[in-house]
Design a protein around this ligand. Structure first.
Ligand SMILES: Cc1cc2nc3c(=O)[nH]c(=O)nc-3n(C[C@H](O)[C@H](O)[C@H](O)COP(=O)(O)OP(=O)(O)OC[C@H]3O[C@@H](n4cnc5c(N)ncnc54)[C@H](O)[C@@H]3O)c2cc1C
Length: 418
């Protein structure tokens, strides 16, 4: 049987390993840190097919240019990091048009088509994790913000049916009494879910352990050994590991590894921050999003998580306290008292983002047996199960019926001139 090595034990690598093992594959996992210890740790855990819009789109360049130099705005680009990411930024802005946005939306919506059923199937298969079915409420302080979000949801509804409820006045306050009186309206997307990401990661690790899958932690992949176009193993900080198939699920670090393997994969880290309040004074009835400020919240059993924002400052673990202060200001304005509770934990995660805002799923350029599952940006939890199903098909059978052509890693390879 082929020995499949998955590098990266974030939610994507863990779900891929789960899906491969569930189908009888021989799989091992390695990670330079702890499983689920990077971007997959303390995100807000939304499972939201209604958020299938890729990040680049028409109308985002203007506000981004206005915000990008201000450290407490929803989107911040650290000036000293601009030179090293100039090429990525240029490509990103080239995708900020309605044609690319519509194509990306259709592609991600298709991948998301069975997301909710896939989460139910994983749970039914004995992976134990916290999941809620409260839908997703968006809350607004301006009429313009409300109208913009409503138009966006209707665009998604046209390709993937959504249950959209417009809430105002008393009906909004009944749905979410903790909202400030300054909120003028809400849009509820019924049927959306959220999970506590730590429990999903832990549930997958537990399932993999029970199923005989070895997970090696604290070991970094440095490069590959190969014969022709086929990799036969990886070099790591703990020595050589033999592999018949290699799957890279290395999140924000994927661009660096791709360079090591000799192909181009433009990937930036878009940092986000969260604050988790244990035993919170404010108990939300479901997750709430403040689109005008890009701040997100999720209530869990005995906890409330508030976070968001986008910061481009390179692939590093530097944290900017001004970003957390901005989240606190927005949280307090929309949900008075929301930071009161027994204790608080601050966290930063690096979302892996490509310049077209789409994930990278498929066989790596120039290799027969190296695959990629990465670049899930704001949607790694949501798209994880569908990505894992497609990747398991590709790794085990060489083809998949899941529409992943738009996510082909070769899209970044520059055509050779003849
Ligand atoms: C504030 C915030 C909120 C978010 N909220 C949501 C949400 O509500 N819903 C949603 O769907 N998504 C959300 N996301 C996005 C989601 O968290 C990411 O898309 C997802 O976690 C990415 O998973 P990953 O497995 O690709 O990467 P990671 O979790 O970063 O995992 C990559 C792993 O690869 C390992 N690795 C890298 N290089 C090597 C190497 N050379 N050798 C060995 N190991 C290596 C790393 O140690 C790491 O463990 C949010 C993100 C943030 C920051």
């Amino acid at each position: 049987m082929k020995k499949i090595v998955v590098v990266g034990a974030g939610v994507i690598g863990l779900l891929c390993a789960y899906e491969i093992r569930r189908r009888g594959g021989d799989v091992t996992v390695i990670d330079k840190g702890e499983p689920g210890g990077a971007c997959s740790l303390a995100n807000t855990g939304w499972v939201v097919p209604s958020f299938s819009s890729p990040l680049p789109g028409p109308g985002i360049v203007g506000p981004t240019l206005k915000w990008m130099w201000s450290a407490d705005s929803p989107v911040y680009i650290r000036p000293s990091a601009v030179p090293s990411m100039a090429s990525w930024l240029w490509q990103f802005w080239r995708h900020c048009n309605s044609g690319d946005h519509a194509a990306g939306l259709a592609a991600v919506t298709s991948l998301n088509r069975h997301t909710i059923e896939l989460f139910d199937a994983i749970k039914a298969d004995g992976v134990d994790f916290e999941m809620h079915e409260a839908g997703l409420l968006c809350a607004f302080m301006t009429r313009a913000g409300y109208e913009r979000a409503l138009a966006n949801f209707h665009a998604i509804d046209a390709v993937h049916s959504l249950e959209i409820h417009e809430l105002k006045g008393a009906s909004l306050m009944v749905k979410e009494p903790a909202l400030s009186d300054d909120v003028i309206g809400g849009i509820l997307i019924a049927g959306e879910r959220h999970v506590r990401p730590e429990t999903l990661n832990a549930g997958l690790v537990d399932w993999l352990n029970r199923s005989g899958v070895e997970i090696t932690t604290g070991v970094e992949m440095l490069g590959v050994t190969q014969e022709g176009l086929a990799v036969n193993g990886i070099e790591t900080t703990a020595g050589h590991i033999a592999a018949d198939v290699l799957l890279l699920a290395t999140g924000a670090w994927s661009g660096r590894l791709a360079r090591e393997l000799g192909f181009r994969l433009p990937m930036q880290a878009v940092k986000g921050y969260t604050i988790t309040i244990e035993s919170p004074a404010v108990q939300l009835r479901g997750p709430v999003y403040f689109p005008e400020k890009k701040v997100v919240t999720s209530p869990f059993e005995g906890a409330l998580r508030i976070g968001g924002t986008m910061e481009l400052s390179g692939v590093n673990t530097d944290r900017d306290p001004r970003r957390l202060a901005a989240i606190r200001r927005v949280g307090e304005a929309f949900l008075p008292g929301c930071f009161e509770g027994e204790s608080q934990t601050e966290w930063m995660g690096m979302r892996p983002v490509t310049p077209d805002g789409l994930p990278v799923i498929g066989r790596a350029p120039n290799y027969d047996n190296v695959y990629l599952a990465t670049g899930h940006a704001m949607l790694g939890v949501t798209l994880g199960p569908a990505t894992a199903a497609a990747t398991a098909d590709l790794v085990l059978a060489g083809h998949t019926g899941i529409p992943v052509a738009p996510f082909d890693p070769s899209r970044f390879v520059e055509p050779t001139r003849t």
